[in-house]
Design a protein around this ligand. Structure first.
Ligand code: BG6
Length: 487
């Protein structure tokens, strides 16, 4: 039995034989991300030698029918081609169990199934529970796991919880309180898949391994930091969920604030998980709060209107199936924030995210101070392609004019592990470094709360933008107030 999160970064993580219990196994995330991640970990020999995978959903399937669904998901979404023999061995670990989170009998059946598989396979009682379910069911399931004794194991237990963790500060606190009755904080893995993206995990070593960056990324040199997460997709088939949360809760409260923390970290290369978490908490504490009165000045809330993306006409948000025709949900968000610590004091961070923008792009741009027109830029591309570039000014020998030139490193993304693979592996071995801890999450909710209230009370304008653009004009004006421009 191992525990867990206090190890040194250089520690070799070991897998132990275990049971993986997946709640929400018939859902979209399981199909697109979790099954392919498990399969690819299996192919890479990164799963425990003996593993029992128990899949739970509301549907009535026999094992054979369910396995056909898993196979279909792998064929469609795995980054690797499926090899029939490997697939058969992989699938032999799976069992399906119809499950109703509100029904006591369901927990009893589940307990029996877990135990009978443990006996059959001589597994220790190491149990990893993955809750890929509607947020309203999380507390119910945690309570049920406890009441039925499923989480009283002789081995270790861990609980992975998908976002959103709560829907405001109070509900997040309540959720945490409930979970803490049944799971120790070290056992709760709050997943944020942006923290699983390889280049995000390597941000800190980028600085520690390259003295040149260390001397560049100083308080004196940096003019501003810009973090963008743009997508071409709209609300897709998720209107019921998305219309309740909007970009603020879907992307900012978790992903963007995590990117802010990861960008602002300064760590020695051998930082431990605990050091990283402590620094992230310190950064969250140092983020200047935006009062309700200041929201209109520091934040832009936008919503897409009909437009064209890649030569195809797309609907406006309010015309999307399932969205209320008078919805004021934000599909775009931009803000200026400050981290009041010695390194980042008075350097603005501009963050923005939007659906139905020109292109899919997630990136961090660090703009350096300059006297010339084109500033030096350090660009960290997070997705869809990972890479790094540095823009410098070079004199054109013919025109004798200075022109920007870009030094680029593009990571070969072919067959690179996906975020969910890295994070699932970490959870299997008990490494919580790249999961959100409660303190940073609570602080991020505290920062979000006044903004959320102004959105809910509709006291800040909702800026329209055309689908296929880079967002509302108000976002451009926000950054221009300080004579900067979005990159
Ligand atoms: C999810 C959001 O967490 O992240 C989605 O719920 C969004 O709305 C997605 O599309 C973006 O993730 P990625 O990895 O595709 O940039």
């Amino acid at each position: 039995m191992s525990n867990t999160n206090n190890q040194n970064a250089s520690h070799e993580w070991q897998t132990e034989n275990m049971t993986f219990v997946l709640f929400g196994a018939t859902g979209d995330l399981a199909k697109r991300k979790l099954f392919p991640a498990l399969y690819n970990l299996y192919v890479d020999n990164k799963l425990p030698t003996t593993l029992s995978i128990v899949c739970l959903g509301r549907g009535d399937y026999c094992d054979t029918d369910f396995l056909t669904k898993v196979e279909d998901a792998l064929t469609r979404f795995s980054r690797r081609t499926i090899e029939p023999q490997t697939l058969q061995k992989f699938l032999s670990a799976f069992r399906y169990c119809k499950f109703d989170a509100t029904n006591e009998d369901s927990y009893r059946h589940l307990n029996e199934l877990i135990q009978s598989r443990e006996q059959q396979l001589s597994l220790p009682e190491n149990r990893l529970f993955y809750l890929s379910v509607a947020p309203t069911l999380i507390e119910r399931i945690a309570t049920g796991l406890d009441a039925s004794g499923i989480n009283h194991t002789a081995g270790w237990k861990r609980l992975i919880v998908e976002k959103p963790f709560g829907n405001d500060l109070k509900s997040a606190q309540q959720l945490n309180k409930t979970l803490s009755q049944f799971f120790h904080d070290d056992e709760v893995y709050r997943i944020d898949h942006f923290l699983g993206k390889p280049i995000v995990q390597n941000l800190t070593s980028l600085v520690s391994r390259n003295p040149v960056f260390n001397s560049l990324l100083t308080h004196e040199n940096i003019a501003n930091v810009q973090i963008t997460a743009f997508e071409t997709v709209g609300v897709e088939t998720r209107a019921e969920f998305y219309d309740e949360v909007g970009a603020l809760l879907d992307m900012v409260q978790n992903h963007l604030l995590q990117l802010v923390m990861m960008t602002a970290l300064h760590l020695p290369e051998q930082a431990t998980a605990q050091e990283i978490r402590a620094k992230k908490v310190a950064i969250m504490k140092a983020i200047r709060s935006i009062s309700k009165e200041d929201v209109a000045r520091e934040v832009v809330r936008g919503q897409y209107e009909a437009g064209t993306i890649s030569n195809e006409s797309v609907l406006g948000y309010k015309e999307e199936p399932g969205v209320s025709t008078i919805s004021t949900t934000d599909t775009y968000f931009a803000a200026r924030l400050y981290i009041d610590n010695a390194h980042w004091k008075d350097i603005p961070f501009y963050i923005r995210t939007g659906k139905r923008t020109t292109s899919k792009s997630t990136k961090i741009v660090i703009e350096f101070k300059t006297e010339t027109d084109t500033p030096n830029l350090l660009v960290i591309d997070i997705g869809p392609h990972q890479g790094l570039s540095l823009t410098i000014n070079v004199k054109n020998p013919t025109t004798k004019q200075f022109e920007p030139a870009t030094l680029t490193f593009q990571s070969s993304t072919e067959n690179e592990p996906e975020a969910y693979e890295l994070l699932l592996f970490d959870a299997c071995v008990g490494n919580a470094t790249f999961f959100a801890n409660w303190q940073e999450l609570e602080l991020s909710w505290q920062w979000i709360q006044p903004i959320l209230e102004t959105f809910q009370q509709n006291t800040v304008p909702l800026a329209p933008y055309i689908a296929g653009s880079n967002g509302p004009i108000e976002a451009t004006e926000l950054i221009q107030q300080q004579q900067f421009t979005w990159w």
